[in-house]
Design a protein around this ligand. Structure first.
Ligand SMILES: Nc1ncnc2c1ncn2[C@@H]1O[C@H](COP(=O)(O)OP(=O)(O)O)[C@@H](O)[C@H]1O
Ligand SMILES: [Mg+2]
Length: 227
Protein backbone atom coordinates (compact mmCIF):
# COMPACT_ATOMS: atom_id res chain seq x y z
CA UNK A 1 0.00 0.00 0.00
CA UNK A 2 1.17 3.52 -0.77
CA UNK A 3 1.45 5.71 2.26
CA UNK A 4 1.94 9.39 3.01
CA UNK A 5 2.35 11.16 6.33
CA UNK A 6 1.04 14.73 6.32
CA UNK A 7 2.99 16.96 8.67
CA UNK A 8 2.92 20.73 9.08
CA UNK A 9 5.09 23.67 9.99
CA UNK A 10 2.96 24.03 13.11
CA UNK A 11 -0.43 23.20 14.52
CA UNK A 12 -3.14 24.95 12.45
CA UNK A 13 -0.88 24.96 9.37
CA UNK A 14 -3.52 23.21 7.26
CA UNK A 15 -2.72 19.51 7.70
CA UNK A 16 -6.39 18.52 7.88
CA UNK A 17 -7.33 20.76 4.94
CA UNK A 18 -4.51 19.16 2.93
CA UNK A 19 -5.19 15.56 4.03
CA UNK A 20 -8.87 15.89 3.11
CA UNK A 21 -7.95 17.41 -0.29
CA UNK A 22 -5.41 14.65 -0.86
CA UNK A 23 -7.90 11.90 -0.02
CA UNK A 24 -10.40 13.51 -2.40
CA UNK A 25 -7.78 13.82 -5.17
CA UNK A 26 -6.77 10.16 -4.83
CA UNK A 27 -10.40 9.03 -4.64
CA UNK A 28 -11.18 10.98 -7.82
CA UNK A 29 -8.40 9.06 -9.57
CA UNK A 30 -10.07 5.81 -8.62
CA UNK A 31 -7.77 4.84 -5.76
CA UNK A 32 -9.12 3.13 -2.66
CA UNK A 33 -8.00 5.09 0.39
CA UNK A 34 -7.67 4.63 4.12
CA UNK A 35 -7.25 7.51 6.55
CA UNK A 36 -5.44 7.76 9.82
CA UNK A 37 -5.16 10.38 12.53
CA UNK A 38 -3.25 8.24 15.01
CA UNK A 39 -3.12 10.81 17.81
CA UNK A 40 -5.73 13.48 18.51
CA UNK A 41 -6.05 15.79 21.51
CA UNK A 42 -9.27 17.80 21.46
CA UNK A 43 -12.36 15.63 21.27
CA UNK A 44 -16.05 15.64 22.17
CA UNK A 45 -17.62 12.95 24.27
CA UNK A 46 -20.44 11.37 22.24
CA UNK A 47 -22.61 8.33 23.03
CA UNK A 48 -20.15 6.37 20.84
CA UNK A 49 -17.13 7.64 22.78
CA UNK A 50 -14.56 10.40 22.21
CA UNK A 51 -14.63 11.87 18.71
CA UNK A 52 -12.07 14.30 17.23
CA UNK A 53 -13.23 16.51 14.35
CA UNK A 54 -10.08 16.00 12.21
CA UNK A 55 -10.42 12.23 12.47
CA UNK A 56 -14.12 12.40 11.53
CA UNK A 57 -13.32 14.54 8.47
CA UNK A 58 -10.58 12.14 7.37
CA UNK A 59 -12.77 9.10 7.99
CA UNK A 60 -15.46 10.60 5.75
CA UNK A 61 -13.06 11.80 3.02
CA UNK A 62 -11.43 8.36 2.74
CA UNK A 63 -14.81 6.94 1.75
CA UNK A 64 -13.91 3.54 3.21
CA UNK A 65 -15.81 1.66 5.88
CA UNK A 66 -13.26 2.30 8.59
CA UNK A 67 -14.20 2.04 12.24
CA UNK A 68 -13.44 5.24 14.16
CA UNK A 69 -11.03 3.47 16.49
CA UNK A 70 -9.04 2.31 13.48
CA UNK A 71 -8.75 5.88 12.14
CA UNK A 72 -7.97 7.41 15.54
CA UNK A 73 -6.72 4.89 18.10
CA UNK A 74 -5.28 7.50 20.54
CA UNK A 75 -7.87 10.16 21.33
CA UNK A 76 -8.00 12.57 24.27
CA UNK A 77 -10.59 15.16 25.26
CA UNK A 78 -8.58 18.29 26.15
CA UNK A 79 -7.06 20.31 23.30
CA UNK A 80 -3.57 20.31 24.82
CA UNK A 81 -0.20 18.73 23.98
CA UNK A 82 -1.07 15.05 23.43
CA UNK A 83 1.58 13.67 25.78
CA UNK A 84 0.15 15.84 28.58
CA UNK A 85 -3.41 14.82 27.66
CA UNK A 86 -2.32 11.17 27.79
CA UNK A 87 -0.72 11.72 31.19
CA UNK A 88 -3.90 13.41 32.45
CA UNK A 89 -5.87 10.37 31.24
CA UNK A 90 -3.54 8.10 33.21
CA UNK A 91 -1.82 6.63 30.19
CA UNK A 92 1.28 7.26 28.09
CA UNK A 93 1.99 7.53 24.39
CA UNK A 94 4.65 5.15 23.10
CA UNK A 95 6.26 5.18 19.66
CA UNK A 96 6.11 1.38 19.46
CA UNK A 97 2.34 1.27 20.02
CA UNK A 98 1.62 4.03 17.52
CA UNK A 99 3.93 2.36 15.01
CA UNK A 100 2.12 -0.95 15.52
CA UNK A 101 -1.27 0.68 14.87
CA UNK A 102 0.02 2.21 11.62
CA UNK A 103 1.67 -1.04 10.53
CA UNK A 104 -1.63 -2.86 11.06
CA UNK A 105 -3.37 -0.32 8.80
CA UNK A 106 -0.69 -0.75 6.14
CA UNK A 107 -1.47 -4.45 6.03
CA UNK A 108 -5.08 -3.83 5.04
CA UNK A 109 -6.23 -4.00 1.46
CA UNK A 110 -6.25 -0.50 -0.05
CA UNK A 111 -4.26 1.62 -2.51
CA UNK A 112 -3.39 4.56 -0.28
CA UNK A 113 -3.05 5.31 3.41
CA UNK A 114 -3.10 9.04 4.24
CA UNK A 115 -1.96 9.81 7.79
CA UNK A 116 -2.34 13.19 9.47
CA UNK A 117 0.11 14.01 12.24
CA UNK A 118 -0.72 16.09 15.30
CA UNK A 119 0.93 19.45 15.91
CA UNK A 120 4.24 19.78 14.08
CA UNK A 121 6.95 17.33 12.99
CA UNK A 122 8.65 16.94 16.39
CA UNK A 123 5.47 16.35 18.37
CA UNK A 124 6.56 14.83 21.70
CA UNK A 125 5.01 11.45 22.56
CA UNK A 126 6.66 11.38 25.96
CA UNK A 127 9.88 12.67 27.47
CA UNK A 128 12.14 10.70 25.11
CA UNK A 129 10.20 9.99 21.90
CA UNK A 130 8.57 12.12 19.19
CA UNK A 131 6.15 11.32 16.35
CA UNK A 132 9.11 11.79 13.99
CA UNK A 133 10.71 8.70 15.57
CA UNK A 134 7.66 6.65 14.51
CA UNK A 135 7.82 7.96 10.94
CA UNK A 136 11.57 7.35 10.81
CA UNK A 137 11.21 3.79 12.11
CA UNK A 138 8.49 2.99 9.57
CA UNK A 139 10.26 5.00 6.83
CA UNK A 140 7.00 6.61 5.73
CA UNK A 141 7.11 9.25 2.97
CA UNK A 142 6.30 12.73 4.28
CA UNK A 143 4.32 15.62 2.80
CA UNK A 144 4.97 18.98 4.49
CA UNK A 145 2.20 21.57 4.75
CA UNK A 146 3.55 25.09 5.08
CA UNK A 147 1.02 27.44 6.67
CA UNK A 148 1.74 30.67 4.80
CA UNK A 149 2.43 33.28 7.46
CA UNK A 150 5.36 35.31 8.75
CA UNK A 151 7.86 32.86 10.24
CA UNK A 152 6.94 30.00 7.93
CA UNK A 153 10.31 29.98 6.15
CA UNK A 154 12.19 29.23 9.36
CA UNK A 155 9.62 26.60 10.44
CA UNK A 156 9.66 24.97 7.01
CA UNK A 157 13.46 24.83 6.78
CA UNK A 158 13.86 23.47 10.33
CA UNK A 159 11.29 20.76 9.56
CA UNK A 160 12.90 19.84 6.25
CA UNK A 161 16.34 19.72 7.90
CA UNK A 162 15.19 17.22 10.51
CA UNK A 163 13.29 15.09 7.97
CA UNK A 164 16.48 14.88 5.88
CA UNK A 165 18.71 14.22 8.90
CA UNK A 166 16.58 11.18 9.69
CA UNK A 167 16.85 9.80 6.16
CA UNK A 168 13.09 10.07 5.66
CA UNK A 169 11.76 10.83 2.16
CA UNK A 170 10.13 14.23 1.74
CA UNK A 171 7.78 13.62 -1.22
CA UNK A 172 6.78 17.25 -1.49
CA UNK A 173 5.38 20.32 0.17
CA UNK A 174 2.13 22.29 0.00
CA UNK A 175 1.72 26.00 0.65
CA UNK A 176 -1.55 26.77 2.43
CA UNK A 177 -3.06 30.26 2.57
CA UNK A 178 -4.36 30.58 6.12
CA UNK A 179 -6.36 33.79 5.86
CA UNK A 180 -8.70 35.46 3.35
CA UNK A 181 -5.92 37.96 2.67
CA UNK A 182 -2.62 36.49 1.46
CA UNK A 183 0.33 37.08 3.78
CA UNK A 184 2.44 40.10 2.84
CA UNK A 185 4.72 39.19 -0.10
CA UNK A 186 3.19 35.72 -0.32
CA UNK A 187 4.53 35.11 -3.85
CA UNK A 188 8.06 36.01 -2.71
CA UNK A 189 7.76 33.67 0.28
CA UNK A 190 6.57 30.86 -2.01
CA UNK A 191 9.56 31.57 -4.28
CA UNK A 192 11.90 31.24 -1.29
CA UNK A 193 10.27 27.96 -0.24
CA UNK A 194 10.55 26.62 -3.78
CA UNK A 195 14.23 27.56 -3.94
CA UNK A 196 15.19 26.15 -0.55
CA UNK A 197 13.10 22.96 -0.18
CA UNK A 198 14.64 20.03 -2.08
CA UNK A 199 11.26 18.49 -2.92
CA UNK A 200 8.51 19.49 -5.36
CA UNK A 201 5.65 21.83 -4.53
CA UNK A 202 2.44 19.82 -4.94
CA UNK A 203 0.27 22.91 -4.85
CA UNK A 204 -0.68 26.18 -3.22
CA UNK A 205 -4.06 25.94 -1.51
CA UNK A 206 -6.05 29.19 -1.56
CA UNK A 207 -8.17 30.33 1.38
CA UNK A 208 -11.66 28.90 0.90
CA UNK A 209 -14.30 29.00 3.65
CA UNK A 210 -15.86 25.95 1.92
CA UNK A 211 -12.51 24.10 1.83
CA UNK A 212 -14.14 20.74 2.54
CA UNK A 213 -15.07 20.52 -1.16
CA UNK A 214 -13.08 21.33 -4.28
CA UNK A 215 -9.62 21.81 -2.72
CA UNK A 216 -8.36 18.69 -4.53
CA UNK A 217 -8.28 20.74 -7.76
CA UNK A 218 -5.30 22.70 -6.37
CA UNK A 219 -3.20 19.59 -5.74
CA UNK A 220 -0.87 17.98 -8.25
CA UNK A 221 -0.63 14.41 -6.99
CA UNK A 222 1.42 13.19 -9.97
CA UNK A 223 4.63 13.53 -7.92
CA UNK A 224 3.15 11.27 -5.23
CA UNK A 225 2.17 8.64 -7.76
CA UNK A 226 5.81 8.37 -8.91
CA UNK A 227 7.00 7.22 -5.49
N1 LIG B 1 -6.90 27.09 2.90
C1 LIG B 1 -7.78 27.29 3.88
N2 LIG B 1 -8.97 27.88 3.62
C2 LIG B 1 -9.85 28.08 4.61
N3 LIG B 1 -9.64 27.76 5.90
C3 LIG B 1 -8.48 27.18 6.21
C4 LIG B 1 -7.48 26.92 5.23
N4 LIG B 1 -6.43 26.35 5.83
C5 LIG B 1 -6.76 26.24 7.13
N5 LIG B 1 -7.98 26.73 7.38
C6 LIG B 1 -8.65 26.80 8.69
O1 LIG B 1 -7.63 26.96 9.66
C7 LIG B 1 -7.76 26.03 10.71
C8 LIG B 1 -6.54 25.15 10.80
O2 LIG B 1 -6.45 24.30 9.65
P1 LIG B 1 -6.21 22.75 9.83
O3 LIG B 1 -6.16 22.12 8.48
O4 LIG B 1 -7.21 22.20 10.78
O5 LIG B 1 -4.76 22.77 10.49
P2 LIG B 1 -3.96 21.57 11.19
O6 LIG B 1 -4.65 20.29 10.78
O7 LIG B 1 -2.56 21.68 10.67
O8 LIG B 1 -4.02 21.85 12.65
C9 LIG B 1 -9.04 25.27 10.46
O9 LIG B 1 -10.05 25.84 11.23
C10 LIG B 1 -9.35 25.46 9.00
O10 LIG B 1 -10.72 25.50 8.82
MG1 LIG C 1 -5.61 18.87 11.89
Amino acid sequence: MNCVFVTGTDTDAGKTVTAVALLQALYQRGFRCLASKPIAAGADLTPQGLRNSDALLLQRAAGAEQAYAQVNPFCFAPPIAPHIAAEQAGTALQAARIGAALTELQQQSSDWLVIEGAGGWLLPLNMHETMADVIEQLQLPVLLVVGLKLGCLNHALLTVADIQRRGVTLVGWIGNQLNPEPMPFQAENIRALTATIAAPCLGILPYRSDWQQGMADYLDVSHLLQH
